[in-house]
Each structure stands twice: as C-alpha cells, then as structure tokens.
Design a binder for this molecule. Structure first.
Ligand code: FES
Length: 316
C-alpha cells in the first residue's frame, strides 16, 4: 500500500490563516500507523497537474482511525494550501504513507521542543507520545498573538505546566540563550520554526556546547534568498537542457518540464529530492548534508539548492 484514500470529516478554523482537517479512511482500509513527528504528502490538483505537499500529522499516534493535519494559507502558495482551504467536509484526498524526518531520540534525557507559528504541527504527535510515556519535556511556542496561535487552548488545557508561549505582538519574545542554558546534560533540542529563528537557536546551542547530534530540525518554508541567479540544468541521460529561472527551484523547473522528480519536505531537510551532479559547482542551501558531503560537490537537493556555475550537469 503506497497510497491511502481518506475523507475529510471535520474542518476547524484554528486561526484566521490556519485550518485543521480531520481525515478518516474513505474505504474499509485501516490508516497506516505512524511514529511521533511524522508527516504525510497530500496529493493536490493544481492546474491540471498533481502536486504533493507534506503536512505533519497532528493527531495522536495512538489513535489509529483518524489523522489530523493543519494547513496554513500561505501567500506564496503553489496552490496547495489554497486548495485545502477551499475544500469541504466529504472531500476525498489521496495521501502518501507517513514518513518521519523528525523522530525522537531514544537516548535523550529530556526533550526541549521549540516551535514557531505553524511549526507547532509536528509537535502535537510528539507531545501525545512524551506525555503518555511520562518522558520529561518542555515546549516553547512562539506566535504573533494568541489569536494567531494554533492549538492554543488545547495546549493550555492539556500541558499548561510544560509549555511557555511567546507572542511577538505583545513584545514577549523567545530568548534562545535563556532557554538553552538552563537545560540538564543529555537534553535533545527539536526545532520547527521559520529558518531565521532556527539559525539563531542553532548558533546559540552550538556556542553553549550542545553536540550536533542533540539538535534536530524540521524545516518548513524554504529559505528565500534574494541573491539567487538563474542557471541551466543539463540532463545528461536525455541530453536536454532546462532553464532554472531565479525565482524557481531546480525541482520546480523539472516539474514544469514534466520530468519526474522525487521529493517530500520541499525545504532541504529530508534528502528525498537528491540528484547526482556530474559537473558544475553547487551552491548548497539545505540543512541535510554535512560539511564533508557538501565539499564533495556531487549531489544536490533539487528542492532548494542551486548552481554557482552557469550550468549544472545532472544525472537524469
Ligand atoms: S524534498 Fe526534502 S530535501 Fe528536497
């Protein structure tokens, strides 16, 4: 079973820009089990094509009959979030099988979870698990305001003593140093925030001596650089060329040319869109490869990274 068909049974407006969808199996099949932190790819019809957007599963992994996802309506939507904000109860959707690129570290002494905005979503299934297994954790959750804070009441009711909220509109901002310096040895840190906040937390954690293996990131919203340049991708196997304009990723350019390409997170964090590079210089923008892997200059994550040279010859 590589795909599941589900039906929307409930839609809730969580904040002015975030809706949650409750999904059950549309046939008699059981929904696939998932581990805390997992996401699913949702097939979405956009301009006569099918796009797949990944959404974290917000329901408890212990509930096997329902999935819940939360969708932020984004301004630069590629059509996915807009579609999911327009559908109604009864709509059927196709989903991929759950995947996890944000798994809990089993050896951690404590789990420190840091969420920003819609980045709260992978933590819902993680919280359900940590709470059930009585494993120590704390969650720090930054949002613009209580009105823009998805799952605010639910989280307050269920985990009030383990959660701290930060609202930028109330001038109450998350201070990475303050949070990180107070943790016991053996704490693992999990980040799902916009890239700028993640970078800040990451740098602070490194300066305080947290080992790299104790820091886990789930990316959303690829880093937008205003310094990107167009380049040409030469497809070695088919001996064709495609242009990658400055406002499109290599993955988007491949899709626009109807060339099949794998992907999952579309944010440089999971490795699913990896393509072998035969010639040319790569500008790595992902958070997936180690510095050593980057230096080899032989693989690129097509959803985010680009060429430094004018051309990149790829093994497609
Ligand atoms: S799709 Fe996940 S890294 Fe590109």
């Amino acid at each position: 079973m590589n795909e599941q068909t589900v039906r929307v049974v409930e839609i809730k407006q969580l904040t002015p820009r975030i809706k949650s969808l409750r999904l059950v199996s549309a046939n008699e099949n059981q929904l696939a089990a998932f581990s805390p932190g997992s996401h699913v790819a949702v097939a979405i019809p956009v301009e006569q094509k099918t796009k797949r957007n990944s959404y974290s599963l917000c329901s408890s992994p212990y509930k096997t009959d329902v999935y819940e996802i939360a969708v932020l309506l984004t301004e630069n939507s590629r059509g996915g979030s807009e579609y999911l904000h327009q559908i109604s109860v009864g709509t059927e959707l196709k989903l991929g099988m759950p995947k996890n690129s944000f798994a809990l570290a089993s050896l951690a002494r404590k789990h420190l979870l840091i969420a920003g905005g819609i980045g709260i979503t992978p933590f819902l299934s993680i919280l359900a698990t940590l709470n059930r297994l009585q494993i120590p954790f704390e969650l720090h959750y930054a949002a613009e305001s209580p009105t823009e804070c998805a799952f605010y009441e639910f989280l307050q009711e269920r985990y009030s003593s383990q959660i701290k909220f930060y609202f930028s509109h109330l001038n109450n901002r998350l201070d990475p140093k303050q949070i990180l310096k107070e943790q016991p040895l053996g704490t693992h840190v999990y980040l799902c925030t916009p890239p700028s906040l993640s970078e800040d937390i990451l740098n602070t954690a490194q300066s305080l001596g947290y080992p790299d293996a104790a820091i886990h990131r789930e990316l959303f919203g690829a880093v937008k650089s205003n310094k990107t340049k167009p380049f040409t991708a030469v497809l070695a196997q088919s001996e064709t060329e495609i242009k990658v304009p400055k406002d499109k990723t290599l993955l988007e350019a491949l899709e626009a040319a109807n060339i099949p390409a794998n992907y999952s997170c579309r944010a440089g964090g999971c490795g699913a869109c990896e393509v072998k590079v035969l010639a040319g210089e790569i500008k790595h923008l992902d958070s997936y490869y180690s510095p050593e892997e980057r230096a080899e200059q032989d693989r690129i994550l097509a959803c985010i990274s680009r060429a430094k040279s004018k051309q990149l010859v790829i093994d497609i």
